[in-house]
Design a protein around this ligand. Structure first.
Ligand code: F6R
Length: 607
């Protein structure tokens, strides 16, 4: 949800900023802009459009140099995508870029207008800029102006700010929105996401809430109530190559193909003698001890992973588990049958709705376990314990490997809980672990069958509406399959519990409406088959994705895809993979911009 980058040092800032913005584009791509310090002046270039539009306008003249700058790629919240609403904003002697939402900007703006300030955009960010500028004068240090403005601001923010009079310096701070700093021998950097530093350096540090980072060419200082100190430097093990396409047509395809290895690595790090073991994450049985129930909070695909995980946990361990849409969690407060363990799932680790649900549960006395991909992210830091999925940077906006890694971890938790609660014995548990390791091989083989799924995509590519139906755990899978398809191909798709269709929605089935049934569970096969027949009788074009060994699937649906994998977990993971490929191939045939679907952003840091 908006990407921020900043650089000051000994090399040309333009190149650093545009390279960083290209990497951060997944965070929002409604508009893009940069401010470069040229001859002591803040020169702003911004445009409704993409990085290449910015690059075309930015090019420095032959003798021009700029060693300091800030940049921004926007996902619009306040004010439509336009040149005026693009960042950076400059008011008086202050220029800033912002990620987040200033909730009380309207009242601050009204006050500033009365004081004679003119605004040129509809954004809350320009208001923050004007407020900081109001408190900034010849005798005030930038930090004092920032702190005075903060007393009036309510909301979330990550700011990178340049002040006239402080040439070659950048000030940065955050509250609820992510922001990191980094350094190398060529200068100092800041960015919303570690991936933006990877072309330059691996040494980074988090800016904590309540701190102001002060970047100069040679050093970064952190100011806080406790004094002035050096950032706590860490070294990332991510590399730049993993954040590039590596020969694939799209990041999404690359990430789909990475999934067998992601599952394998996720599991191998957390098993000893084929039994689950979380010592890699410095987690022992304590966090799970005595829990009466589990609440899983997450958004979008992560919530779908949670739905599936909740079923696995209940089945393997007997602990009651439910998944909640994080943005709803606080408004229909669940009953906490103490002790409740809350599991917050998030690829980015920054999703504001999930973070707010986590804070609510923590405030209610629950223990929090986070499943996150991004190291040092807010959700990981605020949880009592964190399991890092370590799936590598996920660049495509639609999640694939992030989601599958969450499923793998949830499956391990289900096995672990089953074991420590005596619901499964170690021999059974070892079988379950072998099943998921085999699943990774089954997925590799499934990736050789994409042409079968391309043929399905051909059949649905011109449809306006589509349905995914399934029962039990397969319904949770349908939710993800349906979301994946609609978000990247723009075909309206709904997931429905197969048995529920006849209670109303079946009236929407017309001649040739595609209906996909997913059936990974033998116990539900006959019933799901009847539901396919019901829609087929009403003209639907029917597809079934079913387990191998299913009796005569070709008699139930026109198009059949037999999922790889014999075990339950393998069928589920292969079901996920299959639906991702159907979505990808369909979007490709429709000429959609797969890695950057319209209106979306990768990291949703607003409520
Ligand atoms: C869909 C998708 C989103 C995210 C959701 C949560 O493909 O990617 O639905 O799953 O926005 O994001 P994280 O996992 O970063 O909290």
């Amino acid at each position: 949800m908006c990407g921020i980058i900043g650089y000051t040092g000994y090399e040309q800032a333009e190149k650093k900023i545009t390279t960083g913005l290209e990497i951060l584009e997944y965070r929002g791509y409604d508009s893009v802009g940069a401010c470069l310090l040229k001859n002591g002046k803040h020169e702003i270039t911004k445009v409704k459009g993409r990085i290449n539009d910015l690059k075309a306008r930015l090019s420095l003249g032959e003798n021009e140099q700029a060693f300091t700058g800030i940049g921004h790629t926007r996902w619009a919240t306040h004010g439509s995508p336009s040149d005026e609403n693009a960042h950076p904003h400059k008011v008086g002697r202050v220029t800033l870029v912002h990620n987040g939402i200033i909730e009380n900007y309207e009242s601050i703006k009204a006050g500033l207008i009365k004081e004679g300030i003119t605004f040129f955009s509809d954004t809350d960010s320009e208001v923050a800029c004007a407020l900081i500028n109001k408190y900034y004068n010849e005798s005030t240090h930038p930090c004092v102006a920032i702190l005075k403005a903060l007393r009036e601001i309510r909301g979330s923010y990550a700011f990178a700010i340049m002040f006239e009079g402080y040439e070659g310096e950048i000030f940065a701070l955050r509250y609820s929105s992510p922001l990191l700093v980094a350094k190398d021998k060529n200068g100092s950097y800041l960015a919303s996401d570690i991936t933006a530093f990877l072309p330059f350096t691996k040494e980074y540090a988090t800016i904590h809430e309540g701190e102001i980072a002060h970047l100069t060419k040679d050093e970064i200082k952190i100011y806080s109530h406790d004094g002035t100190f050096e950032p706590q430097w860490q070294t990332t093990n991510l590399d730049y190559a993993s954040a590039k396409k590596g020969g694939y047509e799209h990041f999404m395809l690359k990430e789909i193909y990475e999934q067998p290895d992601v599952v394998n690595e996720c599991v191998l790090k957390r098993v000893k003698d084929f039994l689950p073991d979380f010592s890699y994450d410095k987690i022992d049985s304590e966090i799970f001890e005595g829990i009466k129930n589990i609440h899983i909070v997450a958004c979008g695909s992560a919530m779908h992973a949670g739905m599936l995980g909740a079923r696995l946990i209940e089945e393997l361990s007997g602990v009651s588990a439910s998944a909640f849409i994080a943005s709803e969690y606080r408004y229909s407060p669940p009953l906490f049958h103490s002790p409740t363990l809350v599991i917050a799932i998030s690829q980015s680790g920054e999703t504001m709705d999930t973070l707010s649900a986590l804070r609510y549960a923590k405030g209610s006395g629950c223990k929090i376990l986070a499943i996150v991909n991004t190291h040092s992210s807010s959700i990981a830091r605020e949880a009592d314990k964190a399991i890092y999925t370590e799936a590598g940077p996920e660049i495509a906006v639609a999640t694939t490997k992030g989601y599958i890694s969450q499923l793998a971890i949830l499956y391990l938790i289900a096995c672990y809980l089953g074991l420590i609660r005596g619901r499964v014995n170690s021999i059974q548990c070892q079988e379950y672990i072998k099943d998921i390791l085999d699943a990774s091989n089954d997925m590799k083989k499934a990736l050789e069958r994409t042409s079968e799924l391309r043929a399905f995509a051909e059949k649905i590519k011109d449809s306006e509406h589509l349905y995914y139906i399934g029962r039990g755990i397969d319904y949770s899978l349908c939710m993800e399959a349906s979301l994946k398809l609609k978000e990247i191909s723009y075909i309206h798709s709904e997931a429905y519990p197969a048995g529920e269709l006849k209670h109303g929605t079946i009236s929407l089935i017309e001649n040739n409406t595609p209906v996909f049934a997913i059936c990974t569970d033998e116990r539900l096969y006959d019933k799901t088959k009847s539901n396919i027949k019901e829609v087929k009788a009403r003209g639907a074009n029917t597809f079934i994705l079913c387990f191998s060994g299913a009796r005569e699937p070709q008699k139930s649906a026109e198009h059949v895809f037999v999922l790889n994998g014999r075990s339950k977990i393998s069928r589920l993971l292969n079901g996920v993979l299959t639906c991702q490929i159907i979505a990808y191939e369909t979007a490709r045939l429709r000429g959609c911009e797969i890695d950057r679907p319209r209106n979306l952003a990768k990291s949703v840091t607003v409520e």
